[in-house]
Design a protein around this ligand. Sequence first.
Ligand code: NAD
Length: 406
Amino acid sequence: MNNPFENALAQLERATSLVSFDPDFLRVIRHPNRQVRVSIPVKMDDGRLEVFEGYRVQFNNARGPYKGGIRFHQDTDIEEVKALAFWMALKTAVVNIPMGGGKGGVTVDPKPFTDGEKERLSRGWMRAMAEVVGPQQDVPAPDVNTTPQIMAWMADEYGKITGDTSGAVITGKPLDAGGSEGRGTATAQGGFYVFESLRERLGLPEQCTVVIQGFGNAGQFAAKIWSDAGHKVIAVSDSRAAVVNPEGLDVAALIDHKASTRSVRDFAGAETIESIDVLYQECDLLIPAALENQIHEGNVEKIQAKVLLELANGPTTPEADDALFGRGIPVVPDILANAGGVTVSTFEWEQNVKGESWSEQDVFEKLKVIMDREAVAIADRAKELDTDLRRAAFVVALERLQEAMK
Ligand code: NAD
């Protein structure tokens, strides 16, 4: 499997060959400011003590406090977290919010954990990281396998250690623990605004057939938002299986099925197929919403979508990007498409810092203005540079970062 940080650097090189940047800036921006690795001992329910490795990579804070989620996954390692932190630094610049880029993680499969075990792991991560995070320093958020409840445990632990109970140290909290209206759906909602702004330019019809890989926070809300808007979601997957129905899936029933059985497998209204095969379905729009490196040299030829919109971070390798570009298949890149999550996270942070509480309507209106504006700016830049949307998004983000670092 490709090293995601090497992929990120390859993307950087491709973009910086189009527009000239200060060589000193380019030397610095390839390196994270700080990488923290910690051991987190956790007492399991059966009395055993297990020790997990945890990470926080603080990539760049020239534009504001480090910002980025925490991932709990068995394949997570420092290279993955470094790549995700780098993409965060670019993403906050793409949407022009006053934040830098960071990311965290733990190498762990939390699926078999009880709530008590998850709570002790989450509090342990925060205890180990309390001196490097903070509302004006570094503000984490949820990512794969981390939930609003986990954010609440971490915020509570930070409050116990430092006395700062504003909640502004972490975003994605439940509403009654200082969370923001709209944060749960923000990643998918932001992606949808980008899609709507660019739909015609991307050559897509008014009603699209949609395929989604991954059925967690990003994927489930995407399925709901696109189908509520009249598009037809014809296939989705999770790590265990995929389900397909060319006539359209009943998304609400599928969400219930996933909640009760913990998988999309054997959903009554569809055919169950291998998880990976979801990527190869013929459709207008393919939304990767799972993990990195899903579309690569070895399978890109099987893609039959007209357009890709990346809600996941890093789902397409640079080689696959080239192949798709060559076939005229546009890819709306992660650092634009999924930036709604960090944007509403920043709204949450702002509300906590100011002691305010904004309505859902307010949150979505502000989000839409940002996503529409930056989507159009990046599409225009791509046209001007005669390049793809990813390179254009990198150029826009790097120009803003360079300006801030000067
Ligand atoms: P999640 O844990 O809620 O869901 C992940 C989903 O992916 C699950 O349904 C899981 O079964 C599925 N999955 C895992 N491996 C898979 C595989 N090999 N094939 C198919 N499905 C697989 O996580 P999430 O928060 O929805 O994050 C998904 C992606 O979106 C990640 O790349 C994450 O970095 C990105 N993202 C999330 C947010 C956010 O706000 N949650 C913001 C920006 C980007």
